[in-house]
Write a new protein. Structure first.
Length: 424
């Protein structure tokens, strides 16, 4: 306890962990902490300084919203170094779960100079089903790529019944993203009963998962962030059931799930000591979520200081990644909402230094503004040459327009390539 008070004194952005849950599913027992870890602390003489290495690249640009809108980007870098960008293609609307939505992918083998496009889900034009929340993870051992998405049949249904028939879908590529096979995981992957409620996979991330590398106990485990639903079979309804991880220890052959806790859109990364860190969108601020047993349980969570890690008042999905002992967060800072635009604006990158294992602090003085206008969901990946790739939802106004029908280019998915060098 004395150690915790000392850590709290370090200032803005520091947080502590507790084991509360608004879902009452965290009957946790102590978990042995892995002792086979490497790289517990970053080099104290190296603090990375990032810069945008080249002009940004528009990967997808929305047409008028009654035609097609591109939203919710995910990005991965394959074992061969190809960049894959996934997104939702919403036909006839900008809203989610409101009609036919496919998952599109663009692939580049030359760091974003040229692209090829593929529709993974490729529904009939008459479909009213919605593939949502693309979430990707790459097995760097085998080269396999896994893209997860939830299939909704929500049109015309009341809110509580919209997710009752959701399907958890996995697409797999074994040839660097050229060809994909589809598998329905809904009946194969079970979550179990917690606090007396049956749970199901409601959705994923969105964004990306991670392959564990820092702990020998869980080395090469594939981790996918999922969001669960509590199921009321009698009423045919669902409600939020909490977040947890889905993992595979056999290169994606089979999948297991952990015990849920907090709810909200989230992404996961791995700390240098082997702990998994989730970053959650929660009621207009960011939360930190920790698992020290490879994703099976998530008993510890905390609120980030809103000055250290700001976010729009109404919330927005953000992304996290770890490189060389530092954790990075990328998301929208937030602006004042008006009658013309929402509060999602100013894209920034924050970095946190690890100390004492997976504890970390974000310093607002280190924020790097990447874009000073409308900004939304983001996702990050690391390139073989050490550069960082970020894909983000951007717009040309201060925030995104609030029109019922939005004009062409109201939102685009933009790729940033960042490079770092050791400060002089």
């Amino acid at each position: 306890m004395k150690h915790l008070f000392n850590v709290l004194a370090l200032g803005i952005g520091l947080f502590f962990f507790n084991a509360c849950s608004d879902d009452n599913v965290n009957d946790f027992r102590p978990v042995p902490y892995p002792d086979e870890v490497v790289g517990l602390n970053p080099d104290p003489d190296f603090e990375p300084i990032w810069e945008i290495a080249s002009p940004t690249i528009t990967v997808f640009s929305s047409k008028a919203s009654n035609d097609i809108s591109y939203r919710v980007p995910a990005i991965a870098v394959t074992k061969k170094g190809s960049i894959l960008v996934f997104c939702e293609a919403r036909y006839g609307t900008w809203q989610d779960k409101a009609g036919r939505t496919d998952i599109l992918m663009k692939r580049s083998t030359d760091k974003g100079i040229t692209w090829t496009e593929k529709n993974l889900t490729n529904q009939a034009t008459s479909s009213k089903l919605s593939y949502m929340d693309p979430t990707v993870v790459v097995d760097q051992v085998t080269g396999k790529i896994f893209l997860f998405t939830s299939l909704w049949d929500a049109v015309g249904k009341e809110s509580a019944k919209q997710g009752y028939n959701n399907r958890a879908i996995m697409y797999t590529s074994e040839d660097d993203g050229l060809n994909w096979t589809r598998k329905d995981l809904t009946d194969e992957v079970e979550i179990g009963i917690f606090s007396g409620a049956t749970r199901m996979i409601g959705s994923f991330g969105p964004g990306s998962g991670v392959q564990m590398t820092s702990s020998e106990q869980y080395k090469n485990r594939l981790i996918v962030p999922i969001r669960t639903f509590k199921v009321n079979e009698a009423a045919g309804t669902v409600s939020n059931g909490g977040n947890t991880a889905m993992w595979s220890d056999d290169n994606g052959g089979t999948w297991e799930t952990g015990q849920p806790n907090k709810s909200g859109e989230w992404m996961v990364t791995e700390a240098p000591d082997g702990a998994l860190i989730g970053n959650i969108r929660y009621n207009g601020h960011r939360q930190n979520y920790v698992s020290t047993d490879g994703g099976a349980k998530w008993p510890s969570f905390s609120d980030y200081d809103p000055i250290a890690l700001p976010t729009p008042a109404k919330g927005c999905a953000g992304s996290v990644i770890v490189k060389d002992g530092w954790m990075y967060y990328c998301g929208a800072k937030g602006i004042i909402e008006t009658t013309a635009h929402d509060d999602r604006g100013i894209l920034y990158l924050a970095k946190a230094k690890f100390f004492g294992g997976h504890s970390h602090t974000f310093d607002p003085a280190d924020h790097m503004v990447l874009y000073d206008k409308a900004a939304g969901y983001t996702c990050m990946a690391l390139l073989p040459d050490g550069d960082m790739a970020i894909v983000a939802e951007l717009g040309n106004g201060p925030g995104f327009q609030k029109l019922s029908t939005r004009p062409a280019e109201w939102m685009r998915l933009e790729l940033f390539i960042l490079s770092t060098k050791k400060p002089l």
